[in-house]
Design a binder for this molecule. Structure first.
Ligand code: HEC
Length: 210
């Protein structure tokens, strides 16, 4: 026979456990305006300056310090005017900074069809899908077969892709340098293809012309 106090203790224990469980469930399911209790703060609350905060330690009162002049982020040096800016000295480069091969041209075609053809058209006449003259479009993309663009130095073409031109946006944020050169090479191929002569066709392919 168990002593008399056993049953009250068991019942009380069960009630207390149920109450604790209920509180925990309630705390978990309900919404609070205060953050939860922080028994072990760890590194939750540290003294620090948040972005845009003021800091009286500096003469200009800014906690965020400007980078020292001439700072270059790792891998961002972009040394080499020809490859990165399309320039040689003070002039636009007339030459490509890399060898042109089929692989580069195919890469250029691929990128051109993705990024440029919507406006400039697959053949470069400036009549891409998104240019609807019927709807009175005011944004008329340039035609690459204009004499001015045919005789433009390739470095300047590279610069147009990099920085945009008048109402055309810059593509540097989306297209890395090598791909910009590949696109420029493909545009050169498009331009060449519109002024080809029978003599440009290799002899063994001439049959196809007849
Ligand atoms: C959203 C439409 C649009 C896209 C996409 C676009 N362009 Fe253009 N592009 C234009 C327009 C519009 C102009 C004419 C800008 C003007 O005269 O104000 C232009 C002009 C140009 C010119 C002539 C600039 C000059 O010197 O007069 C070149 C070269 C050119 N684009 C190349 C490209 C290349 C390469 C791409 C792809 C990387 C591209 N464009 C993507 C709309 C576009």
């Amino acid at each position: 026979m168990a002593p008399k106090w056993v049953w009250p203790v068991i019942v009380l224990g069960a009630l207390v456990s149920a109450a604790i469980l209920g509180l925990a469930i309630n705390a978990r399911m309900s919404k609070h305006t205060q953050p939860r209790m922080d028994f072990i703060p760890g590194m939750d609350h540290q003294q620090k300056y948040l972005p845009q905060a003021a800091n009286p330690a500096f003469a200009d009162g800014r906690a965020m310090r400007p980078v020292a002049p001439g700072t270059v982020a790792r891998g961002e040096l972009k040394a080499g005017d020809h490859f990165y800016r399309g320039r040689i000295g003070n002039a636009w480069a007339e030459e490509f900074p890399m060898d042109l091969d089929r692989e580069l041209l195919e890469r250029g075609q691929d990128r051109y069809n993705i990024y440029c053809a919507t406006c400039h058209g697959y053949s470069g006449y400036g009549n891409g899908m998104s240019v609807s003259t019927e709807a009175g479009s005011v944004l008329i993309p340039s035609n690459y077969h204009d004499q001015r663009l045919r005789s433009e130095p390739v470095g300047s073409l590279f610069n147009t892709i990099t920085n945009g031109a008048r109402s055309m946006a810059a593509y540097a944020p989306q297209i890395p340098e090598r791909d910009r050169w590949a696109i420029a090479a493909y545009i050169r191929a498009l331009q060449r293809s519109r002024q080809a002569f029978p003599d440009d066709v290799p002899d063994d392919k001439k049959d196809a012309l007849r």
